[in-house]
Design a protein around this ligand. Structure first.
Ligand SMILES: Nc1ncnc2c1ncn2[C@@H]1O[C@H](COP(=O)(O)OP(=O)(O)O)[C@@H](O)[C@H]1O
Ligand SMILES: [Mg+2]
Length: 593
């Protein structure tokens, strides 16, 4: 195939690379498929031809049919059963095994890769379409493997066998067959190019459609609350119509190719008859040869026709695989150092030194030469307007993105010098929107901590004031929380997240608005739990509600990526700046000290 683009080459080499890991299935397959094809499609007609020959020459004993034909029947019987029953079962067994191993390996490779990609990578992609691309990759492998083994390889074997058997007898036949087959293959490949392009566009449209569906369904609450269901339906209809149009384009291209291909196979069929007749007249071929010409030609005709299917499966398969194969080429943008240092984090002092950082899609830097020191064990409150950079600052400390210049040090150690796992296992992070798995509450609470007993889980849940509501659920700690925890209220989810944080024993604690969704009453309860959680740890607590950070050692006020004020609550109130303004507004003008 001439213009084979580089993604397709990568796909084939990926599949081949994984297949060669299972030589115990691959090698027998390469040997037994031709044996089966030859016995079934060539030995059988050959014996039949010999029998016909004998009959036409009347060189048999009419009173002893078994004596004349017995050996033929026995050999024919053995060939039929060996190939039809045993041969193909063995081949199917081999390829099925290979495919099961391979799809598992490919799925693992994809999953591992996606798990290693950074948060930034995932933020730019629909989870739904990644899921469908991952599934399509394994589906593509099965398509391509089946087509290669059962169609492409058998066609190749059949061509060789036909030529070897018939070329010495009727050279004209061999020449004609080869010529027409070459014309057939070149033409079919040529007309497959538009089909391939149309299939790629169709695959993209289907993937977008799946992504759109997943996006709308995940956000169905937003859709309903904006009364936008009709709008979504109209847009989805457009998406569906686009997919259909790409399907129609695929169909048109396919029809053109099939018209061409059927013209050539028909020509081959007619030529075979003409040559058989010429064979009788010119080459003095006997009836056995004529029978072989006709039956082998029918064989080849069928397999050539199937060659279109090979191309179709290859087109579909390569189209389906391309997205994920491209993704597999992307190197994770946050890399562990080649020679990671052993971790020195013990107490968790944090130093940010002249840090510059710009979000990848933004033009203006968010942090310009920001410096910040937090002592080990210090409890720092971080406040500021929405969009001022608080969340980004915590994510940079976790190395969810790399900074442009400057340094972030923890206990004096540059966080880029250790592995990401080492760094993150020393930090407990409660994000703004805590993520819960569709697993039991017990699993969600103990996530990331190994070997925690049910008693410990319950004790922690009590501290986080999550136990009260969990107990009331019909399945208690075994309740599945629904995809991303949607079955829980925001406050309940946060309490589960706080309990999860309490179980993890790390020297640094980053809480991003971890109590924002709690009502004042439960917040008061949790305050006390949070203080226990912070004990002996370095903590950065981002809070929208200032009462949450009032008692912190130090409060930082952030605005547009800069720290504009810092000090204790009292100092900041006395200074009468931004913080004091905010405080007066939040407590309704009454300072409750
Ligand atoms: N992944 C991102 N890509 C581009 N810009 C971002 C991204 N995340 C946040 N920002 C931008 O960075 C700024 C700071 O955001 P953030 O750190 O979330 O602020 P805060 O937590 O204080 O509300 C905002 O202007 C926001 O739009
Ligand atoms: Mg934020």
């Amino acid at each position: 195939m001439k213009k084979f683009n580089s993604t397709n080459k990568k796909t084939i080499s990926l599949f081949w690379h994984h297949a060669t890991a299972y030589k115990r299935f691959l090698i027998p397959l390469i040997i037994f498929v031709p044996v089966t094809v030859i016995v079934m499609s060539f030995v059988q007609p050959y014996i039949m031809a010999l029998v016909l020959q004998k009959i036409s020459q009347k060189s048999y004993d009419a009173h002893n049919l078994w004596g004349s034909f017995g050996p033929y029947i026995i050999v024919y019987g053995i060939a039929t059963f060996m190939s039809g029953v045993a041969g193909w079962r063995l081949n199917v067994w081999l390829i099925w095994n290979l495919e099961l191993q391979m799809t598992r390996d490919l799925a693992k490779r994809t999953f591992d890769h996606l798990m290693n990609m950074s948060a930034g990578f995932h933020a730019n992609r629909f989870a739904g379409s990644l899921v469908s691309q991952a599934n399509k990759l394994t589906g593509a492998y099965i398509r391509i493997a089946d087509a290669t083994v059962f169609n492409l390889y058998t066609l190749f074997v059949a061509m060789i066998a036909t030529i070897v058997i018939l070329a010495p007898r009727v050279p004209l036949y061999a020449v004609t067959l080869i010529t027409l087959s070459v014309i057939y293959i070149i033409g079919t490949v040529h007309f497959s190019k538009p089909v391939r392009d149309a299939n790629t566009i169709e695959a993209q449209a289907q993937s977008d459609q799946t992504g759109y569906l997943a996006d709308s369904i995940t956000n169905v609450t937003a859709v309903k609350s904006f009364a936008a269901a009709d709008y979504e339906k109209r847009r989805y209809w457009q998406v569906l119509s686009h997919t259909r149009n790409t399907g129609l384009a695929s169909m048109r291209a396919t029809m053109i190719r099939e018209t061409y291909s059927s013209m050539i196979t028909s020509t081959i069929g007619v030529s075979a008859l003409v040559i058989a007749i010429l064979g009788a007249g010119v080459f003095k071929a006997n009836i056995a040869t004529l029978f072989l010409i006709v039956s082998y030609t029918a064989q080849i005709g069928e397999r050539l026709w199937e060659f279109q299917n090979v191309l179709r499966q290859f087109n579909r398969g390569l189209g389906d695989a391309s997205d994920m194969v491209e993704i597999l080429q992307i190197k994770p943008d946050i890399k562990d150092p080649e020679h990671p240092e052993p971790v020195k984090i013990i107490r968790g002092s944090i130093a940010v030194e002249s840090m510059n950082f710009t979000h990848s899609e933004n033009t203006e830097a968010l942090f310009k030469s920001l410096s910040l020191r937090i002592k080990a064990g210090e409890k720092v409150g971080l406040v500021g307007r929405s969009g001022s950079g608080k969340t980004t600052l915590t994510k940079l400390m976790l190395r969810f993105s790399d900074i442009d210049s400057g340094k972030i040090l923890i206990d004096g150690q540059d966080i880029t010098k250790i592995t990401q796992d080492d760094l993150r296992s020393h930090i407990t992070y409660v994000p703004q929107e805590p993520m819960l798995f569709h697993r039991s509450l017990a699993e969600n609470i103990s996530y990331g901590a190994s070997e925690v007993s049910r008693q410990e889980i319950e004790a922690i849940a009590k501290m986080a004031h999550a136990h009260e509501f969990i107990e009331k659920l019909p399945q208690g700690y075994e309740t599945l929380v629904g995809e991303r925890g949607v079955k829980l209220s925001g406050g309940q989810r946060q309490r589960v997240a706080i309990a999860r944080a309490m179980i993890k024993n790390a020297p640094i604690l980053l809480l991003d608005e971890a109590t924002s969704a709690l009502d004042s009453e439960s917040e008061e309860l949790i305050q006390d739990a949070l203080w226990k959680l912070m004990e002996g740890r370095t903590a950065i607590v981002i809070a929208h509600r200032l009462s949450t950070v009032q008692k912190m050692d130090r409060i930082l006020v952030m605005d547009e990526g800069k720290i504009v004020e810092e000090g204790s609550h009292k100092e900041l109130i006395r200074a009468g700046g931004t913080y004091a303004d905010l405080w007066n507004r939040q407590s309704g003008g009454f300072l409750d000290e």
